[in-house]
Design a protein around this ligand. Structure first.
Ligand code: ZN
Length: 722
């Protein structure tokens, strides 16, 4: 586009490129864009330049300085302002004609105002302007023709997916992760919905790998975060915690629990030294002596500078007092890898700060790891590297450790731009097959043809050439809806949990909302007995009464083994038949002490029962393992979407086997989707990343999209509109 051209020339150019019919359809189409971040900025710019004028954009974020390297609508002076509002103002300069029809919402798409009515945008005009239905101070005019997702998390995507299914809107979803990405077109009954395939699950590491046999940097990072929790946070929730009466207690536990003798800096540092010596030297030496590593390829080596051959407690204390505690400032941007001695000093510095400072000491037991907390990251970086040194694993810089600890996947502006471009192409395909436009006074029509007729594709952006045609952009046919999908096909779902120990509150918060993204669930037993409801006019007293009750003790016979529970969500137009199976794991609902207990306390999915059987068989086979080496552990508990769904699903008549922890054809998510897969492959940041971190680890092990997957049809070249 020549900037000096008058707008009529731009229109002429658009008309020549798109043809008069499509150009008009573009001007008249009304779009909902959800998200104005990495993909959203590109998308809004593309849409406006393509000639779209009627756009509503929703985003709840404000602009952070770390966004500026890839969200090109934003400049330094915009930091702190709402993304949706600034994005709208900036793209208006590209097409001032959209001034009255571009609407920005600085809000969460899950807010009640964006309900099904909003998605439908019911048209109520035609009796004079004054009678138009008002919404949020704005007039409702037209239905959305299309919904375009530019979101960075699974939960919001699921919500928009459900709203689009419920209102029959076509949705064009985009997601990127580093160099890979995906653009998918979804419409009820015509193509797979966003939830037809299971999402990548959080990487789950066997606890024995974390506690005893790490062999990758990520294992050490997970261990270091657990050590931080043990020392400064909720100790008994740490993987490294052992009850005082535990069999074969580790040497570090009594030292940790002893807490410092006295107050002040020196006591804190002395305590810190004793803890570090116990963690990194004494316990490891004892394990080697006990023959724990007798069969290991290489026995671990306790950190010498903390042992008897090291300089000793007094010398370390003196070093810290001399100001040798290091400091996390400025570390973020360096690639410096600390020596072992520096690591010890960093750790002692953290003890001095958190235990030695009377103000901070009061919060001991309440610290949560936060990758943006410099003290926490200093601790985790240094502890990771001392742990890694013992096991012959490469050390990490602060920068790389933060990438692993924060599960940061780099967001790359180029990938975002490609994804946003593909979204516009898919939108044009749909509009191209729409019926000729109607006079603006008549109700606008949705395209009557299907998105399949329109030639829509699932587009995979891949990093390396693959397949016969060696394409980096791999369009595949739209996937058919999955008959087993509980969202678009009302299929049922199995859940396995301890019905005697798990409460209704657990079912509502962890299972229904946390894992299944229900917004306002109503739970009905035996067809008629409502035991829980939310939303307007809900019986709150009933909720208060029932939420703390174990499932089996609920009214109307309770939820027991083989109960079927109906879950409705009016706000999402969703009904689910949930088949409940009872299973008691050793050590309570979260199964501490049980090898096969799922970390989140339940198993969910079409084959949760099979998973349970397989788990029981595996447990029997591993009966000789030491008891404490038998948990499963979620590496990142803060991501709510943890689901160990194990799927053995039939699609297209073809049985598809998936092994636990190895999800093929996983969708690509942005931040919050999945963490790194293999911490040993850290990549340099190319153009920034989601979140505020600086590094990502690249999921080399992930199989994105349909690469090498014969079940999805042959790859085709990208369809360029003619
Ligand atoms: Zn579905």
């Amino acid at each position: 586009m020549a900037p000096s051209s008058p707008s009529t020339s731009v229109d002429d150019a658009r008309t020549r490129v798109l043809g008069p019919t499509l150009a008009q359809a573009v001007r008249e189409a009304k779009l909902l864009v959800v998200g104005a971040g990495g993909i959203g900025c590109e998308l809004l710019k593309n849409l406006v330049l393509t000639g779209f004028e009627k756009i509503e954009v929703i985003d709840l974020d404000t602009i952070d300085v770390s966004n500026l390297n890839r969200q090109f609508l934003f400049r330094a002076e915009h930091v702190g302002q709402p993304k949706a509002v600034v994005a709208k103002e900036v793209v208006l300069r590209l097409n001032p004609r959209a001034a009255k029809t571009l609407v920005a919402h600085h809000a969460n798409v899950k807010d009640p105002q964006f309900n099904m009515e909003y998605f439908k945008q019911v048209k109520t005009l035609a009796r004079g302007n004054g009678l138009r239905e008002s919404h949020g101070g704005r007039k409702r005019r037209e239905q959305f023709t299309l919904v375009l997702n530019a979101l960075d998390n699974i939960d919001a995507r699921r919500h928009v997916n459900r709203m689009c299914l419920a209102t029959g809107k076509a949705m064009i979803d985009a997601g990127t992760m580093g160099y890979v990405g995906q653009v998918n077109v979804i419409k009820k009954g015509e193509a797979a919905c966003y939830e037809c395939e299971e999402k990548p699950v959080q990487k789950v590491y066997p606890i024995c790998t974390i506690r005893s046999t790490p062999d990758k940097p990520v294992h050490c990072v997970v261990w270091a975060k657990e050590a931080y929790k043990l020392l400064f946070g909720a100790a008994d929730a740490s993987l490294l915690y052992e009850a005082p009466d535990a069999p074969e207690p580790s040497l570090y536990m009594p030292v940790v629990l002893a807490r410092p003798e006295g107050e002040g800096m020196e006591a804190a540092v002395r305590y810190g030294f004793r803890v570090l010596k116990a963690l990194f030297y004494d316990e490891l030496s004892a394990r080697v002596d006990r023959g724990v590593y007798a069969r290991a390829r290489v026995a671990p080596c306790p950190v010498p500078c903390l042992g008897d051959e090291g300089k000793g407690e007094d010398a370390w204390v003196a070093l810290v007092e001399d100001g040798g505690e290091g400091g996390g400032e400025g570390q973020e941007w360096t690639r410096e890898v600390w020596t072992e001695e520096r690591c010890v000093l960093e750790l002692l510095g953290v003890f001095a700060a958190l235990v030695g400072d009377p103000g901070r000491r009061r919060d001991l037991g309440r610290y949560d790891f936060d990758k943006d907390d410099a003290l926490a990251m200093r601790f985790v970086t240094a502890a990771t590297n001392l742990r890694a040194a013992s096991f012959g694993i490469p050390a990490q810089s602060y920068h790389h450790a933060k990438g692993i600890a924060g599960n940061i996947v780099p967001a790359i502006a180029t990938t975002n731009a490609i994804a946003a471009g593909l979204q516009v192409l898919e939108a044009l395909k749909i509009l191209r097959t729409a019926p000729p436009s109607v006079p603006s006074s008549a109700p606008p029509s949705l395209p009557s043809s299907t998105i399949v007729d329109a030639g829509c594709r699932v587009n995979y952006i891949v990093r390396t050439y693959a397949g016969r045609k060696r394409l980096l952009l791999q369009p595949t046919k739209l996937h058919p809806p999955n008959p087993a999908c509980f969202v678009c096909n009302r299929s049922s779902l199995d859940v396995v949990l301890d019905t005697e120990a798990s409460t209704l509150g657990f079912l509502v918060e962890k299972v229904l909302k946390g894992s299944l993204s229900f917004a306002q669930p109503t739970i009905t037993l035996r067809g008629t007995s409502i035991i829980y409801e939310e939303g307007e006019d809900a019986d709150e007293a009933m909720a208060r009464r029932n939420l703390p009750l174990p499932l089996a003790s609920l009214p109307a016979g309770g939820i027991r083994d083989q109960s079927t529970v109906e879950v409705d969500d009016v706000s999402q137009d969703l009904t689910l038949q949930l088949h409940v199976y009872h299973k008691r794991w050793e050590g309570g609902p979260e199964g501490k002490g049980d090898a096969e207990a799922p970390p989140q306390g339940f198993l969910l999915g079409g084959s949760a029962k099979e998973a349970l059987k397989a788990a029981a068989a595996a447990a029997a086979a591993q009966a000789t393992e030491r008891q404490r080496a038998q948990h499963l552990y979620a590496a990142e508990e803060e991501v709510k979407s943890t689901l160990r769904v194990q799927v053995n699903r039939k699609r297209g008549g073809e049985a598809r086997e998936e092994r636990e922890g190895h999800v093929k054809r996983s969708r690509v998510e942005g931040r919050g989707g999945n963490g790194e897969e293999d911490g040993s492959r850290a990549v340099e940041v190319i153009e920034g990343e989601e979140g505020k971190g600086t590094t990502g680890t690249e999921g080399e092990g992930r199989e994105v999209g349909g690469m090498g997957d014969g079940g999805r049809g042959a790859f085709e070249p990208v369809v360029i509109l003619d």
